[in-house]
Design a protein around this ligand. Structure first.
Ligand code: GUN
Ligand code: FE
Length: 416
């Protein structure tokens, strides 16, 4: 049993921020068994090993709900919008992940880098190659993070060496799913890249696989870029809009994660809400690729399920701190700003709920102990600014805007 001393920050049942400056958390076998006041808990757990993080904040581990680990080597590639960026930078890099050793090295790099920023859970795209998903599952298991991934499904409109078929895609996905779903903290995500790179037969096969394994997630892209929208309209002339393609193949359900979802009609937004699917907000990517501005506050007010994501390599940072900061800046451009609570919620508890991960994202008794030890004084500037704050919301907002990996002193994982 461990007793962590520090200023804990969490969410109450309504999702509002709560904190305890002289706080403590009691951990046992990777779970939070008590949360409260330090003196009280020290008295009640005299045998626990005391670990002193006073001066630091204890916060929930962050969740990145959409990221492409094979795109790490092409992050920060200049000058293209989505469709050209895929052709010029992304597909050539993704063709290397047939090689298990290469995939394994990049998977390790992804996990170590994201953990350094305090990301303890993620939903990750691999490539079309089974080896790429296998490599990531193995590396994630070794580290004990919570992670969903799947091999990408694409059977048209991409280079020949990145294509599967409706049947091979189904079978390879199923083999990976049977091997990894529910192992430790791992989950399978059925991963059709996006409508333009799958035939109707393949989208139907995705739904059939999901029917057979309803505990899996389904992740894809939706309505990111204007050129993409026109392309989808050409490829699926019978669909009334982009989402309707996924609806026609019965892929809009709880556990469906739609990356970007920027240019939605009222009909599409209402349908996503009604069907309980999740909008994944990828602000650094939407800025970097010039895709558009996601109406986060409007969707939040409409009670949509929302999760934040880096979308590296379209996104320009693996850090969920930078991602929260970008989400704030996009909301400022739209004239309706997100609060510190909103930002953190969409990157932790809100994201966890959207993913169906019921025991992470908050520091609640019984939850898995994914806990960040955050030092608000790690840099002179954050020390100055956070020191000036008059309340928790102000301090947290300043840190969200200023934090990087130097502020993450330690990461506890619920698998420990
Ligand atoms: N749409 C289809 N594939 C991708 C991808 O790899 N990244 C982004 N941002 N959008 C996509
Ligand atoms: Fe993406």
């Amino acid at each position: 049993m461990k007793l962590l001393l520090g200023h804990w920050i969490a969410f109450d049942d309504e999702g509002e921020l709560i904190d305890e400056a002289r706080g403590a958390l009691v951990l046992d076998q990777g779970r939070i068994v008590e949360r409260g006041d330090a003196e009280d808990l020290k008295r009640r757990y005299p045998a626990a090993e005391v670990i002193d993080h006073r001066g630091c904040w204890l916060m929930p581990g962050l969740i990145d709900a959409h990221v492409h680990y094979p795109q790490l080597p092409i992050i920060a590639s200049h000058g293209e919008a989505l469709l050209e960026w895929l052709e010029r930078y992304t597909f050539p890099e993704e063709s290397k992940y047939r090689d298990f050793d290469y995939a394994q090295a990049q998977a390790a790099m992804y996990l170590d880098q994201s953990l350094a920023y305090g990301t303890t859970g993620s939903a990750v795209f691999a490539t079309v190659h089974s080896a790429s998903a296998e490599a990531l599952f193995q590396q994630a298991k070794r580290r004990g993070v919570r992670l969903a991934t799947g091999k990408v499904l694409m059977d048209r409109n991409c280079p020949e060496n990145l294509r599967d078929t409706p049947i091979s895609g189904y079978q390879e996905s199923e083999l990976l799913l049977q091997k990894w779903q529910g192992v430790d903290r791992l989950q399978y995500a059925i991963t059709p890249r996006f409508a333009p790179t799958s035939t109707p037969d393949q989208l139907a096969a995705c739904a059939a696989l999901w029917d057979a394994y309803p505990d899996a997630l389904m992740q894809t892209h939706l309505s990111e870029n204007e050129g993409e929208l026109r392309w989808v309209a050409e490829l699926f002339p019978q669909a009334m809009d982009y989402l309707h393609v996924y609806e026609q193949f019965d892929l809009v359900r709880p556990g469906a994660l739609f990356g970007h979802a920027i240019h939605l009609s009222g009909r599409e937004a209402a349908s996503i809400k009604e069907r309980g699917a999740t909008l994944v907000h990828c602000p650094t990517s939407n800025l970097f690729l010039g895709s558009g501005l996601f109406e986060c506050m409007a969707h939040q007010r409409a009670d949509q399920r929302i999760a934040l994501a880096s979308d590296v390599g379209g996104g320009s940072s693996l850090s969920m701190w930078t991602t929260m900061s970008a989400a704030y800046q996009v909301s400022a451009l739209l004239g309706r700003v997100l609060s510190a609570r909103d930002l953190l919620y969409h990157a932790s508890w809100g994201a966890a709920k959207s993913l169906g991960w019921n025991q992470v994202g908050n520091l609640e008794v019984g939850y898995e102990a994914d806990i960040l030890v955050v030092d608000p004084k790690a840099t002179a500037l954050s020390e100055l600014r956070v020191g000036r704050a008059e309340d928790l919301a102000e301090a947290l907002f300043a840190l969200i805007m200023l934090a990087d990996d130097r502020h993450i002193r330690q990461v506890y994982l619920g698998s420990a």
